[in-house]
Design a protein around this ligand. Structure first.
Ligand code: ZN
Length: 161
């Protein structure tokens, strides 16, 4: 049976909980997540733990922040609410694209929403957290040439385009 390795499409059901056991995320019961192994589609710690495993296996993995969404070492900035259009719907955890003065586009996350101020953070909302994954491997197959050129999975559980 095919084992999980570089350039394979892996289909998993997963539940992600925090240190307190609160569910942060989970795969859709009807459609498991499909990702391309070895391409940074999922956090490094989980990808490492899945390498060499087979369909039908289940595993529990605790992923450190360093191997997950990073430590909280990115800048946090408070900006006036009126720096955004009045009708912009700003929600905690929402990713925004910000233009750096040097022209680079970077992703920042809305960390706090107050009446007059918005706190923006370069840290992922799950940065600094240990991630507890409970994973069941549903399928493993070699990726197509097209999937490899795009860097993501096509079809069920992946991109539709
Ligand atoms: Zn594609």
């Amino acid at each position: 049976m095919t084992t999980i390795q570089q350039d394979h499409v892996v289909t998993v059901h997963y539940t992600l909980t925090d240190d307190a056991g609160v569910t942060l995320d989970a795969s859709d019961a009807a459609e498991p997540l499909a990702y391309l192994h070895g391409h940074g589609n999922i956090v490094p710690g989980l990808e490492d733990a899945l390498t060499g495993r087979k369909a039908g296996e289940s595993l529990k993995v605790a992923v450190s922040p360093e191997q997950g969404y990073g430590v909280r070492d990115q800048p946090v900035e408070v900006v006036p609410r009126n720096a955004f259009p009045a009708d912009a719907e700003l929600e905690v955890g929402m990713p925004l694209q910000a233009q750096h003065p040097n022209g680079d586009v970077m992703v920042v996350f809305v960390e706090k929403v107050d009446a007059n101020e918005i706190t923006l953070s370069g840290n992922h909302p799950l940065a600094g957290q240990t991630l507890h994954f409970d994973v069941k491997i549903v399928g493993v197959r070699a990726a197509s040439a097209e999937e490899l050129s795009h860097g993501h999975v096509h079809g069920a559980g992946g991109h539709h385009h």
